[in-house]
Design a protein around this ligand. Sequence first.
Ligand code: AMP
Length: 359
Amino acid sequence: MFLSEAEILAAVKRIAEEIAADYKDEVPIFVGVLNGAFMFVSDFLKYYPYPCEVSFVKLSSYRGLTSTGIVETLLDVPENIEGRDVIILEDIIDTGRTLQELVHIFSNTNVRNFKIASLFYKSEVYNGEYTIDYFGMEIPDKFIIGYGLDYKEQGRNLRDVYQINQTHMINLVLFGKPGAGKGTQAGYLKEKYNLKHISTGDVFRFNIKNNTKLGQLAKSYMDKGDLVPDEVTISMLKDEVEKNPDASGFIFDGFPRTAAQAEALDNFLESKDMKIHATIALEAKDEVLIERLLERGKNSGRPDDQDESKIRNRFEEYNLKTAPLKEYYEAQEKFHSVNGIGSIEDITDRLAKVINTLS
Ligand code: AMP
C-alpha cells in the first residue's frame, strides 16, 4: 500500500472541514497524541479556519496494561480543560488499545465534550469500544510508516505513507511440557534472532502481581494447574502481538496449548500476513521435569511449582489438550522435536540448527 502526500492532505483537509462545521461556534482544544500525530496535527491546524487551541498528550508506551487502567503518561492531559470541548487527534486507530488508555486518562477530567478524530483507521481490527467521531481514511490491517508513523522510530519524516513488508519474519512456537526449558531457551533465542518473546504464563503472572482484572480471573485456574479458558488467553495473546507491531518475529512460549488456540493463532496471523514458521518441541521425561519444577518452585514462589499433585495436573492438562497439537503442526509440516536434556548451550544449539533451516 502506498498513500501519496496529496491523498493524505486531502483526507486531513476533509476532517478539518467536518470538525470546523461542527465547532465553528466554540473554541475547541485539539489534543494530539505524540509522537505519531505531530505531522497530522500540524497540517490539520493549517486547514482549521476557526479559533482553537492545541495541546498534546504522550503515553509512556503501548506496553502498559490495558484491562486495568494502569496507564502512565509522559505528558499529561492539558490543564484547564474543565468544561471545554476536547477533540483527540490520533494518527492511527488500530485495535483501539491506545484509545482505551486515552479515554481512561480523560475520564477523570470534567470536559464538556470529548470527541475522537483519527487520520487513519483500521476498521477490520478495531474493537469498536468507542465511537470514532471523525476519520480520514480507512486502511487495511498492514503495518505502515511515514507521515509521522515510524518503524523503530524511523520513517516519521517521510511525506508519503508506505507499507512495510513483513515476510522476513520468523515466528516460532516453543512446545513442551512445563519444566521442559521453554522459557530459558526463549531467553537465548530471542537475543540470537532478535525476536520478541511472548510467554503467556509470564503475562498472566505479571497481571496477577499487579492485581489486574485479567490476573484475578487467571489466578484460580493457574494456582490449581488448570488451563485458563481459551477465550481469555487468546485475546490476551492477540493483544501482546499487537503491542509489538515492529517486531521482527515472535517466540510463542506456552501458547498455543489447545486446538482452539492453535487455530485462533493461525487465523490471527494470517489476517496480518504472518504465519508460524516452526513449532519446536523440547522433549524430556516426566521424572526429570518434576525434579526441575520442584527445584524451581523453591525460589520462584510459584504455587504451581511447589506441589507435585499440581505439577501432575499440569502434565495431565498437557497430555489431554496440548499434546494433540503435534499432529496439527505435523499436518502443516512445521513440527520439529529436540532433545531437551543436556546443558543449556547444547539445547540452544539444537534449536538453532532447526531455526537455521527455516526460510
Ligand atoms: P507456564 O508459565 O507456561 O507454565 O504457565 C503457567 C500457567 O498459566 C498454566 O498452568 C496455565 O494455568 C496458565 N497458562 C499459560 N499459558 C496458557 C495457555 N496458552 N492457555 C491456558 N492457560 C495458560
